[in-house]
Ligand binder design. Structure first.
Ligand code: SF4
Length: 296
C-alpha cells in the first residue's frame, strides 16, 4: 500500500468535506428557502446560507469558521492496518490545517493550549471497523461546537415533560430538545437520535445516524413514521432558521435504536447545524478512489 497516496486522497476528502456540502443538504436548504415567505427574515437567512454554500465551494474555502470536531469512520481491509491509516489521516489533517482547509481547532482541555495542528487526545475522533471486502471505506464528518452545545440527552421517564418510556415519550423529549435549541446551534438543524443504549453509546449512535442521507427512509417503519412526524411537528413550532421565525426549523430527523438495560432509558440527540459537513469515499487496493459516497 502506498501511504503517501492514501494521505493525498485523505487530504482531498478533508478539503471537500470542509468546503462542499452534500447535495441532499443543499437541496433541503433550497426547499426550505422556497417554503418561506418572500421578504421574510427566514427566507433571507436561508438565501444567505445558500450563497455561502456556493461561495465556499467555488473558492474551496471552509463553509464555516468553526471547522468542528473531526470525526472519522474507517472500514479497514486486510491490506490497511489501523496504525498506517491513523498516521496517514493525521498527516492529512496537519496539512489541511496548514493550508487552511481546517481551522486550528484542538484545545488541551487541562491547559487551554491550542495544539495548532488539530491533533491531540481524541482528535481526530477515530472509529475503526473491519471491512468485509477488499476496499477501504472512509466516512468523515465535521461537527461544529455551536450545534454540539445544544445536543442533549434525556433519561426517561421525564415527569416534567410527561414523557414515559415509550415512543410517545421519545417524541416529547425530542421536540423539547428542538425548543431548547431555538436561536442557538445555527439552525435549521438536523437531528440524529438514538433511543436506548448507555449514555456513551447513545451519543455515538446518534451521530452515526447523521451519515444517512436526508431524503432516505428509515428501514424500521415505526421509526420512519416517527421521523416524519417530528419533522412536521418541529417545523410547526415557528422557530425557523437561526431562530428568526418561519417554517424551516428542521432539515431532517434520523432515528436509530440500541438495546438498553431495564433500569435505564436514554434518548440521545445529536443536533447538527445547517453546515452539515459529511463526505466519504471508497478506495481500491491500488490507491484509486472508486466512488465518492455523497454527491457534492
Ligand atoms: S454551529 Fe455550525 S454553522 Fe454555527 S458556527 Fe458552529 S459550525 Fe458554524
Amino acid at each position: 500500500m502506498d501511504a503517501r497516496a492514501l494521505q493525498k486522497n485523505l487530504l482531498e476528502l478533508i478539503r471537500r468535506t470542509s468546503a462542499e456540502l452534500p447535495t441532499d443538504v443543499v437541496r433541503a436548504v433550497e426547499a426550505g428557502a422556497r417554503k418561506e415567505k418572500a421578504g421574510s427574515n427566514a427566507r433571507y437567512a436561508l438565501e444567505v446560507i445558500r450563497d455561502n454554500i456556493v461561495m465556499a465551494k467555488d473558492k474551496s474555502q471552509p463553509l464555516c469558521q468553526d471547522t468542528g470536531t473531526i470525526i472519522c469512520y474507517a472500514e479497514l481491509p486486510k491490506w490497511c492496518d489501523e496504525r498506517t491509516f491513523r498516521s496517514a489521516y493525521e498527516k492529512a489533517v496537519v496539512e489541511a490545517t496548514r493550508v487552511g482547509y481546517l481551522r486550528q481547532n484542538s484545545v488541551d482541555s487541562v491547559t487551554g493550549a491550542n495544539s495548532g495542528d488539530n491533533l491531540g487526545p481524541g482528535n481526530p475522533s477515530f472509529h475503526f471497523h473491519q471491512a468485509t471486502g477488499r476496499a477501504l471505506t472512509v466516512r468523515m464528518m465535521l461537527k461544529g461546537g455551536g450545534c454540539e452545545n445544544v445536543s442533549s440527552q434525556y433519561s426517561l421517564p421525564d415527569t416534567k415533560l410527561g414523557a414515559g418510556r415509550d415512543l410517545e415519550g421519545v417524541r416529547r423529549v425530542v421536540l423539547d430538545s428542538v425548543l431548547q435549541a431555538q436561536g442557538k446551534g445555527c439552525g435549521p438543524g438536523i437531528l440524529g437520535v438514538c433511543i436506548g443504549g448507555d449514555r456513551g453509546m447513545g451519543y455515538v449512535a446518534a451521530k452515526e445516524t447523521l451519515f444517512r442521507e436526508l431524503d432516505d427512509t428509515n428501514e424500521d417503519p415505526r421509526l420512519a413514521k416517527l421521523e416524519k412526524r417530528i419533522m412536521k411537528e418541529g417545523n410547526s413550532l415557528g422557530i425557523g432558521p437561526m431562530g428568526f421565525g418561519g417554517a424551516t426549523t428542521l432539515l431532517g430527523v434520523k432515528f436509530t435504536h440500541r438495546n438498553r438495560v431495564p433500569a435505564s432509558f436514554f434518548v440521545s440527540i445529536a443536533y447538527m447545524c445547517w453546515a452539515f459537513r459529511r463526505n466519504g469515499f471508497v478506495l481500491s487496493e491500488g490507491g484509486r478512489i472508486t466512488r465518492w459516497l455523497y454527491d457534492s
